[in-house]
Design a protein around this ligand. Structure first.
Ligand SMILES: *Cc1c(COP(=O)(O)O)cnc(C)c1O
Length: 390
């Protein structure tokens, strides 16, 4: 049985059921709490789920991004291109390895980096080597990967999908169906299992790839950079290069395995609720628009993002969010443009990215998670209509 949605509707919420709790309890009673059999079992099931050759689990999505940069050998003297509309970690991972960040603009209607905004960012790199390009599949809508791949190849950069919103997202390019993170276009893809994401391990992350050498490197870097050469003495380990402790415990992989089996049901529920939102929200046009869906995209819908013309409504976003909160409804802004964050503004100045600013001015994420029911959606849309009424 799914637990009922709480009476306050946050913008996102985990779905933990009795069998998830039982799976964790069983793992806790086993011998190996950290590096146990469920780690590889979760990786194998996850790789199969997204259609990737290899999956490497780790401590969280941010660690996954850091490991991706390390495994690719991105570092000082290089730049990484990151869309400005994303979570901080997408940009920060470049800084962790000493690379610099060049921010790309986004399409103001989709929030996604496009081939045009990427090319513009490449031009602003001033000839510096580009280590990695990190498209973000915002809300679950996948960026235009084949075109981004072409540009990455032309400049000799790796392509790393930030798929933290896109577990289970599908897309069709040239009549060929594919999944976010399946390794067809991206060298690596990263996922997060934070509680607001499509499935949770409390904290947790995953990296997928088609490249067995990268997968092996990621596993070594995840555990201190230690290797045990075949045929070495039983106590022996070596550290050819320095790594981190970014492992995910067996106990949390048990939760991941249990949650992964429910992913189709979770996604189906998100889609049903989103469809109802889309139908009901048409009556609030033209003040409220659903964020645009690219034609190739069949998203798993991590977020219910709407674009609101606050000026036309004569209300500020602060007033609208407060009015929703008074009626027991949470909402959130995804995201504040990262290029405007004090750390990056001080380091690079503030580039002119009008698409990111336009998206930021209008975006609002409404509650969407599997435990909601249809009446919850009705309540949110009614409250939003009232909050925007003159
Ligand atoms: C959640 C998220 C991350 C970071 O994941 P954590 O598991 O919270 O470290 C990175 N990028 C995006 C787009 C995210 O939504």
């Amino acid at each position: 049985m799914s637990p009922k949605a709480p009476s306050f509707l946050p913008y996102g919420h985990q779905t933990i059921e009795d069998d998830d709790v039982a799976a964790v309890a069983a793992a806790l009673r086993d011998d190996l709490l950290t590096t146990g059999p469920r780690v590889e079992a979760f990786e194998t099931a996850f790789a199969e789920c997204v259609g990737a050759q290899h999956a490497v689990v780790c401590a969280n999505g941010t660690a996954a991004l850091h490991l991706a940069m390390l495994a690719l050998g991105v570092g000082e003297g290089e730049v990484c291109i990151v869309p400005s509309i994303t979570f901080l970690a997408t940009a920060n991972c470049a800084r962790y390895v000493g690379a610099e960040v060049v921010f790309a603009d986004v399409d103001p209607m989709t929030g996604l980096m496009t081939p045009q905004t990427l090319q513009d960012a490449v031009d602003r790199c001033g000839g510096r080597p580009i280590g990695a390009i990190l498209p973000v599949h915002l809300r679950g809508d996948v960026a235009e990967l084949p075109a981004l791949r072409k540009i990455a190849d032309a400049v000799g950069a790796a392509l790393v999908e930030d798929a933290c919103h896109a577990l289970g997202s599908r897309m069709t390019f040239d009549n060929a169906p594919a999944s976010a993170g399946d390794g067809r276009w991206g060298d690596l893809a990263v996922f997060s299992f934070h509680p607001v994401k499509t499935l949770t391990t409390c904290e947790g992350g995953m990296i997928t790839t088609a490249d067995p050498r990268l997968a092996e490197r990621l596993k070594t870097l995840r555990s201190h950079g230690m290797i045990r050469p075949p045929g070495a003495d039983p106590w022996w380990y070596e550290m050819p290069e320095i790594g981190f402790n970014y492992r995910l415990p067996d106990v949390l992989c048990a939760l991941g395995l249990s949650q992964l089996a429910k992913l189709p049901r979770f996604i189906e529920r998100r889609r049903t609720l989103a469809k109802r939102y889309e139908t009901l929200l048409t009556r609030l046009r033209p003040t409220v628009w659903i964020a645009e869906r690219p034609p190739w995209s069949d998203p798993a819908l991590h977020l219910m993002a709407v674009l609101i013309d606050f000026e036309a409504a004569g209300k500020t976003r602060v007033e609208v969010m407060a009015a929703l909160k008074d009626r027991g409804i949470g909402s959130q802004v995804h995201y504040i443009p990262v290029h405007r964050q004090p750390h990056y503004a001080a380091r690079y100045g503030v580039a002119d990215l009008p698409g990111a600013d336009a998206w930021y001015a209008r975006c609002l994420s409404l509650p969407l998670y599997p435990a909601m029911d249809e009446a919850d959606v009705d309540r949110v849309v009614e409250a939003l209509g009232d909050a925007l009424a003159p």
